[in-house]
Structure formats: structure tokens, C-alpha cells
Design a binder for this molecule. Structure first.
Ligand code: C2E
Ligand code: MG
Ligand code: MG
Length: 635
């Protein structure tokens, strides 16, 4: 009964009744008015019966239909309002962007987060709010979506109107209209706080709170990676265990606060003693570990250890206290002193105890032979300081030949050191030490001036033209006066700049400092040519080459070894030759020792060669004889 009464009071029933009554009245009136003209009796109720019945049926039906229509319109409007409400009040940033990037609409969270008001949004292009660093990636995403790709979760940095970055993460999708791509819709979450929290957690988990250096956990991780890299690239790796001598005394006498400040300062000095890709970590207390990675040989390690000790030993002024500190350093080298992280750390630790057991303020290698080498190394370093003044250097020249014309077309100047005690020392041993100590600057200048002078003299004596290649260290390219040094060497000797070539290693390209790039362009503008030495060993890529004013690549001698049978080497050499040709570069192969290599190179159109097959590096007097003999070199 209740249900029945409810139905009677419902809106559709009322609609039905109202429309039925209205229909009955309207049809009755409409039917009786025409009849009344012909004399029909308006008071005769039977005249109204049928029109009222038809009218009420039609009205009722119309009532039902209009009720439905009204209800559906109402439902639609309220759905739209709900969606708009959801869209506007969503906490995520929602945006719709036309294919050219102009912003179509955004929600309130978007406007509030990025600081724009309603009227400003319509004139924005989405790239006005995306950080310039992300433009390229975003354009790629746009293009990928338009060409049918899928973009899953995307991270973008937006810039607020006041310039502050806001990191967001979300999904982007493409909208179609009439089967044509129309616009891009995206829903983003602001993840700046989450990212900041992640960084903080990472900092707490992996870094030492006091010094900001990596902690034991991160050290272990970095060491494992460094060992894997050393294995892969056949590099050396050094692990240094550093303990501060008598640090406990500072804590006991001046208190922990001063001790902490001293540790912070010592950590900073350690940081300053290494290259950026070396890792210095604090294990706890006054113990630090340093990983020296990516070295081609371990000759520099004693020098680095010495530098650490000197840096640590400089006096400290902490809150008015003048303090002096020293350290003990133990060194283990991969692979000879251990091939895994635990062994290397343990052995470096043992070596550190041996250093401390002496008088402190010293370093020790884990292996005895390395200790002996280290002493020699430091002696070399001291010896190098006097080598120029004591006239211990001289230059040998190795011919570079053109196999096609069977002529010597140039020579490479190679430095030699006649050590009073050790005799002839190889440049592979002393050049890294000279670089590490900065002595390469005066030594390099000496080589340039002497080589230009000797070659010009030879040219005049023999009345020939001959190119000169001189090796230039990356360190020299960090010194702005290198251009002046080159100009002076050319001027003094009278050698034309087009006859001088400077060989730089790939590491200069990889490290690619602005200074080096600028200087290379200046050098090149003098007419001096630039060659990349030992090409193929230094992980440089084509993209690096394009930025440098390079004239020639020198294929490293290691790739010529067993070239007829080693398919990898053959493929590398072939690729370098083809690549040089494509880039319009000259190419020369070094380390040619046998005729098979000559054949391989000439078959691939690389007629320029240098190597023992033609001649070892020789003194200027011997070079003169070689040139005079001419063809003998090619027999
Ligand atoms: P580099 O510039 O790649 O010089 C080529 C090295 O390969 C020279 O060694 C040369 O004697 C050697 N070599 C040439 N032909 C052959 C061959 O057929 N077979 C073999 N096995 N070796 C060959 P060197 O003279 O011992 O020089 C070693 C490195 O020392 C040079 O490599 C260069 O990087 C550096 N160096 C030499 N002189 C200087 C210099 O004045 N300044 C600088 N910065 N570095 C120099
Ligand atoms: Mg060279
Ligand atoms: Mg070379």
C-alpha cells in the first residue's frame, strides 16, 4: 500500500496526470470550438467525452515522454557538473594541450602549483612551462605519441611562473577527433617532495653525516663497480687506506667538537687531493678509504699518496687552535694485491698498519716490490725537476712514410731521458709523473722548441720539406700560454706552421674542458694541424670528434697486432679508416712492424704508416742518413 501511495506521489505519475488532464482539456476545447459555430450545444457533456479521452491519452503519453526527456537532460547536466567538479578539484595536475603545444585547458591544481591565473593560461604554450633541459625529451614523447607510440609513465620538470622547478610524474595520452589526432591530455602528480625525501634518505643511507663523504656501504658498492670496470677495460685500480696519526689525542685534549671540525677539514683536504672520479669515503672514526680508478698503470699512485700526506700535514687552524696532523696510508693494487673488494680493503688495511708501525706520516704498499717501485718513483720525480737544467733530455725522431709514393713525409718527435743513475728511462714511465707534478709544462715547451729547431735545421741541410709531429699532453692544453709557446717555437725556428702537427690523446676529447676546446681552436687557426694519438683506445665517440678541429687520426699500434688473424682488430682498423674518410680526416697507422700489416693497410687505402718496419725512433744525425738513403726504408 505504502509502495502504491509512493508511486502515486512520484514525479512521473504526476507528470502523466497533469499532461493527461491538460491534453483532455485542450482537445475538448479544440474540438468543441469549431462545433459551436454549427450550433452544437456547449452544455452537452457527451460532446466532450471522446475528445477528452483522446486528449488525456495523448497528453498522458506526452507527459511520460517529456518527463523522460527532462530527466535525461537533468542527468546529463549533473554528470557534466560532477566531472567538472572532479576535474577542477582533483589534486593532480591535469592539462590538455593542442598538437602545437598551445594550452587548451588546465585544472585548478595545475594553475595553483605553477602559479598562473586563469587568464594567463590561454596564452601559454606548454613549452613555456617545461624546463628547457626537458624540451628535447618532451618533443620526442609528443612525436612518438602522434606516430602511434605509447608513453607510459613520464617525468617532467615544470617551471613555476617564478622560475622554481616542480618535478612531476604522470601519463600522457593522445585524443582523436574525427579520427585525426587532436590534442594531448596529461595527468601529473607533483613528486618534488617525494624526490627530495628520496635524496635525503639516500644521503642518510650512503653518506657520512659529519664529513659528507660516502660511507662504508657506498664505498663497498663503488669498489665492486670499480673492480668490474678495471677488469673490463684492463685498467689498474688502487685502494688506499688512510688513518690519521694520533687523532685520539686531539679528541682527548681539546674535546669532540674540535675533533669533529678537524675531521671535516681533513676530509675536505682528502677530497681536494683526487680527481673527480676517484672515491674518498669515511669508514668511521679517523679512518678513510680512497679508490683510485681508471689508471692505465699504477706509476702515479706513490705520487698521489705523497700528495695526500703533504695535504694532510699542512697546519690547521680550528677555532683559534693551531693543529698539526699527519696520516698513514696503506695501498693495495688491483689485480696483484687482490681481485675482490674484501681482499683489497684487508690488504690496504694491513699495509696501513705497516706504515703506522714505522713512524707514521708515510705510505706503504701491500707488496714489497711495489714499495721498491714507489721509492724509485719518487726518485724519478725528484730527478725530473732537474732534468732540463742538467741537459738530460734529448729527442729521437721516428719517420712517418707514405707507402704509395715511397717517401718519408714526416717525423714524430719522441722525448728521451738519460737518467744519471737509471740510464735511459722510457717516456711511458716518466711522462705520467711529469703530468702528475705539472713538470710537463716546462718539459713540453722544451720539446716543442727543440724539435722545431732541429727539424728546421735538417730541412735546410737537406733542402727538403718534412712535417713534424709533437706530442702534446692534455695538461698543456689547460694552460692558456700554450698558444704563445707554439708561436714562439715556430718563430724561433722558422718552421712554417703548416708543417707542424700536434698529437693529443683521446682523453682530451673525452674530458672535453671548455678551455682545451678553445685552445685547440686557437692552435688550429694558426695553421697547425691536430692529430688524435692512439685512436681507438680512449672511448671517444664520433660526437666528440665533431666538436674538435681535428685533421688526422693515428690508429693505435695495439690494433695492428696480428691483424691478419684477429678479426676484431681488423674490423676496428677498417672502421677507423672508413670513418676517417667519411669525416674528411687524414689517417695514419702506427706500430707497423711487418709486411702483412702494410698489405692490409694499403688494401684499405691507408698508405700513411709509422713503425719499426721502417725505422725505430732515431737521433737527428741518424735521421739525416735515413733520408739521404731514401728508398732503403722500403726494401
Ligand atoms: P706515442 O706518441 O703513441 O708514440 C709512439 C710510441 O710507439 C713510441 O714509444 C714509439 O717508439 C713506439 N713505436 C713506434 N713504432 C712502433 C712499432 O712498430 N712497434 C712498437 N711496439 N712500438 C712502436 P715511446 O717513444 O716509448 O713513447 C711512448 C709514449 O710516450 C708516446 O706514445 C707518447 O704518448 C709519450 N711521449 C713521448 N714523447 C713525448 C713528449 O715529448 N711529450 C708527451 N706529452 N708525450 C710524449
Ligand atoms: Mg704520438
Ligand atoms: Mg701513439
Amino acid at each position: 500500500m505504502k509502495y502504491f501511495i509512493g508511486r502515486l506521489r512520484s514525479r512521473p505519475f504526476i507528470d502523466f496526470c497533469l499532461f493527461a488532464i491538460a491534453g483532455a482539456i485542450i482537445l475538448a476545447v479544440f474540438s468543441i470550438v469549431p462545433q459551436s459555430r454549427f450550433g452544437a450545444n456547449l452544455w452537452n457533456l457527451s460532446n466532450y467525452v471522446f475528445p477528452s479521452i483522446y486528449g488525456s491519452i495523448a497528453g498522458g503519453l506526452l507527459g511520460i515522454w517529456s518527463g523522460r526527456l527532462r530527466r535525461s537532460l537533468h542527468a546529463q547536466t549533473s554528470m557534466q557538473e560532477r566531472y567538472h567538479d572532479l576535474f577542477e578539484n582533483a589534486s593532480d595536475l591535469i592539462q590538455s594541450v593542442a598538437l602545437d603545444g598551445s594550452v587548451l585547458f588546465v585544472n585548478r591544481a595545475w594553475r595553483d602549483t605553477l602559479g598562473y591565473c586563469d587568464s594567463e593560461v590561454s596564452s601559454l604554450n606548454i613549452f613555456d612551462v617545461i624546463s628547457p633541459d626537458d624540451h628535447h625529451q618532451c618533443r620526442q614523447r609528443f612525436e612518438s605519441l602522434i606516430s602511434g607510440g605509447v608513453v607510459n609513465s613520464a617525468e617532467v620538470t615544470f617551471l613555476r611562473k617564478d622560475g622554481c622547478p616542480v618535478l612531476v610524474e604522470g601519463n600522457v595520452s593522445l585524443r582523436f577527433e574525427n579520427d585525426q589526432p587532436h590534442s594531448l591530455r596529461a595527468i601529473y602528480r607533483d613528486i618534488s617532495e617525494r624526490k627530495a625525501a628520496e635524496v635525503k634518505i639516500h644521503q642518510l643511507a650512503y653518506y657520512d653525516k659529519l664529513t659528507g663523504l660516502p660511507n662504508r656501504t657506498l664505498l663497498q658498492d663503488r669498489l665492486v663497480h670499480a673492480i668490474a670496470d678495471a677488469k673490463r677495460f684492463d685498467h689498474h685500480l688502487g685502494v688506499m687506506f688512510i688513518d690519521l696519526d694520533h687523532f685520539k689525542k686531539v679528541n682527548d685534549t681539546l674535546g669532540h667538537h674540535i675533533g669533529d671540525l678537524l675531521l671535516q677539514e681533513a676530509a675536505q683536504r682528502l677530497r681536494d687531493s683526487f680527481r673527480e672520479n676517484d672515491t674518498a669515503a669515511r669508514l668511521g672514526g679517523d679512518e678513510f678509504v680512497v679508490i683510485l680508478s681508471g689508471y692505465r698503470n699504477s706509476v702515479n699512485v706513490p705520487h698521489i699518496a705523497q700528495k695526500i700526506l703533504e695535504n694532510l700535514a699542512r697546519p690547521y687552524t680550528i677555532e683559534g687552535h693551531e693543529l698539526v696532523l699527519s696520516g698513514s696510508v696503506g695501498i693495495a693494487i688491483y689485480p696483484q694485491d687482490g681481485t675482490n673488494a674484501d681482499d683489497l680493503l684487508r690488504n690496504a688495511d694491513m699495509a696501513m698498519y705497516a706504515a703506522k708501525g714505522g713512524r707514521g706520516d708515510s705510505f706503504k704498499f701491500y707488496s714489497e716490490s711495489m714499495n721498491r717501485n714507489a721509492v724509485k718513483q719518487l726518485q724519478l720525480e725528484n730527478g725530473l725537476r732537474h732534468a732540463i737544467q742538467e741537459d738530460q733530455f734529448f729527442i729521437c725522431y721516428q719517420p712517418q712514410v707514405d707507402w704509395e709514393s715511397k717517401r718519408i713525409v714526416g717525423v714524430e718527435a719522441l722525448l728521451r731521458w738519460n737518467h744519471p743513475e737509471y740510464g735511459l728511462v722510457s717516456p711511458d714511465k716518466f711522462i705520467p709523473v711529469a703530468e702528475e707534478t705539472g713538470l710537463i709544462i716546462p718539459i713540453g715547451e722544451w720539446v716543442l722548441r727543440r724539435a722545431c729547431k732541429e727539424l728546421k735545421q735538417l730541412q735546410v741541410e737537406l733542402d727538403i720539406e718534412l712535417d713534424l709531429s709533437v706530442n702534446l699532453s692534455g695538461i698543456q692544453l689547460e694552460h692558456p700560454n700554450i698558444v704563445e709557446v707554439i708561436l714562439n717555437a715556430l718563430h724561433e725556428s722558422g718552421l712554417p706552421s703548416e708543417q707542424l702537427e700536434l698529437e693529443i690523446t683521446e682523453s682530451v676529447l673525452v674530458e672535453r674542458t671548455d678551455q682545451a676546446l678553445k685552445l685547440l681552436h686557437e692552435i688550429s687557426s694558426l695553421g697547425v694541424r691536430i692529430a688524435i694519438d692512439d685512436f681507438g683506445t680512449g672511448y671517444s665517440s664520433l660526437s666528440y670528434l665533431k666538436n674538435f678541429p681535428i685533421d688526422r687520426l693515428k690508429i693505435d699500434k695495439s690494433f695492428l697486432v696480428d691483424i691478419l688473424h684477429d678479426t676484431d682488430n681488423a674490423a676496428i682498423v677498417e672502421t677507423i679508416i672508413a670513418m676517417s674518410r667519411n669525416m674528411g680526416l687524414n689517417v695514419i697507422a702506427e706500430g707497423v712492424e711487418i709486411h702483412d700489416q702494410v698489405e692490409f693497410l694499403t688494401d684499405r687505402s691507408c698508405p700513411l704508416m709509422q713503425g719499426f718496419l721502417f725505422s725505430k725512433p732515431v737521433l737527428p744525425s741518424q735521421l739525416k742518413v735515413l733520408i739521404e738513403q731514401g728508398d732503403k726504408l722500403f726494401e
